[in-house]
Design a protein around this ligand. Structure first.
Ligand SMILES: Cc1ncc(COP(=O)(O)O)c(C=O)c1O
Length: 421
């Protein structure tokens, strides 16, 4: 009998994922886990300022609702990727009440197992996989932006072309300029299939006026490019600010745009995996079809709880209360970093999200080096700006979701360990 040869599983990998690294946030989590015994031994147990997720319990009414729902009959069987009619009805009610947008629950909305899943599915729906870098389909992505965009576009066989969000452009990139630039670099503008906009933005916390959304829609219609609007942070805005807009408020947007909403951050339920897409009928159709190859819908208990949360005044109050906490935390950290020498008065701190995006001290030339030093010496976990794209160099992101005693401990440790500006 012929001897069996040594198996080589890696040789079987798709060339799209052969060199792929695990998602940056999972890599950071693993590194922290590896360093934990050493950090604990020197009294610097890790404080994770890196988590983009509320750490408080979800609203009590919502937890009670879940407890009730679990005993209902018929809720433990498969759902459908598009979502149960009652969940889609609740989404449509929410879109009408919150944004004044009228939608058809049968045509214009789709449930998601978190918006991350939905974004990955829509990328697959528009990208024809290609290996040759200049022939790849292109999706314009905000830079710095949510790290998952680039990974999910690349695994689908596309190219994520970065549109820089800078202080100079007021974090509102000129998309015609981007098209010109990519053409000059030898890319084919006809390969641009979609563009992503994300306001309020992760990691910067930038917001956009409705007039920018109007510009985006005009641009997209002119070039026949699908607009993918990610408004995972639409409810996370500070008191006195105008509530962030949906791009679907722009007349004609439903002809060319699809928007991704998340219940994760506002209701403090990142682990539940619940979100929805709303917008163009064709885009929703293809999204639901592609999703159907990967999931069989959301647990009906979650859809019922989600339907309740979306239109509950108690849950709305919970969100406003949490945003006040994040604003207080921002003020607290602003003062603390000022004491450490940071030029806080020169920075424009965001009035939305729960992120704190600050420059690294001038003695560092790399945000990765700074984040590594702060982790290894002080046990404070920061996210280097380049985790969000090359335009994130020079910055680190902190989340303001931790309890106040941890925020104080961060400032104390930085002071003791010499991390001044
Ligand atoms: C900008 C942005 N979009 C989408 C998501 C994904 O959220 P979820 O999948 O929990 O809905 C995140 C999570 O951090 C995010 O920051």
């Amino acid at each position: 009998m012929k001897a069996l040869s040594e198996p080589n599983i890696k040789s079987l990998y798709s060339n799209l994922c052969a060199d792929m690294q695990p998602y940056i946030m999972f890599r950071i989590a693993q590194r922290v886990l590896d360093l934990t015994p050493e950090l604990e031994a020197k009294g610097r147990a890790p404080i994770k300022m890196s988590i983009g997720a509320p750490t408080v319990m979800p609203p009590e009414v919502l937890r009670n609702k879940m407890k009730e729902l679990i005993d209902e009959t018929g809720v433990h069987t498969y759902s459908v990727p598009r979502g149960e009619p009652f969940f889609r009805e609740a989404i449509v009610t929410r879109m009408k009440n919150r944004f004044g947008v009228v939608m058809d629950p049968k045509k214009h909305v789709c449930s998601l197992l978190g918006s991350k899943e939905g974004l990955a599915a829509i990328f697959r729906a528009v990208i024809s996989p290609e290996v040759d870098p200049v022939k790849k389909d292109i999706i314009l992505t905000p830079d710095p932006g949510y790290a998952s965009y680039v990974d999910a576009i690349e695994i689908a066989g596309g190219h994520a072309y970065s549109t820089p969000l800078t202080r100079e452009n007021n974090y509102l990139p000129d998309l015609e300029h981007t098209m010109q630039e990519l053409t000059n670099q030898g890319f084919n503008p006809n390969n641009v299939k979609a563009l992503i906009i994300n306001y309020p933005s992760n990691p910067i916390g930038a917001t956009a006026p409705l007039s920018y959304f109007e510009e985006v829609i005009r641009f997209a219609r002119q070039h026949n490019i699908l607009v993918i609007s990610d408004i995972a942070y639409s409810e996370m805005y500070f008191e006195g600010e105008e509530a962030p807009h949906s791009i679907l408020e722009v007349p004609g947007a439903q002809d060319i745009a699809i928007e991704f909403h998340s219940l994760s951050k506002p209701y403090a339920i990142t682990g539940w995996r619940l979100g929805f897409a709303a917008g163009n009928e064709e885009a929703i159709n293809v999204l639901a079809t592609v999703k159907g190859t990967m999931d069989s819908g959301i647990w009906k208990v979650l859809q019922k709880a989600g339907a309740f949360a979306l239109n509950s005044p108690d849950c709305a109050q919970f969100i406003r209360d949490m945003c006040n906490v994040y604003e207080d935390n921002q003020n607290f950290m602003k003062e603390g970093f000022k004491q450490l020498g940071w030029p806080m008065d020169e920075l424009q701190l965001p009035r939305a999200t729960f992120y704190f995006w600050i420059p690294i001290p001038p003695r560092y030339t790399s945000c990765v080096d700074f984040a590594n030093d702060v982790l290894e010496k002080s046990g404070i976990v920061l996210v280097p700006g380049t985790a969000f794209g090359k335009h994130g160099e020079g910055y680190v992101r902190l989340s303001l979701v931790n309890p106040r005693n941890e925020l104080q401990e961060v400032l104390d440790r930085m002071n003791k360990d010499g991390f001044t500006y």
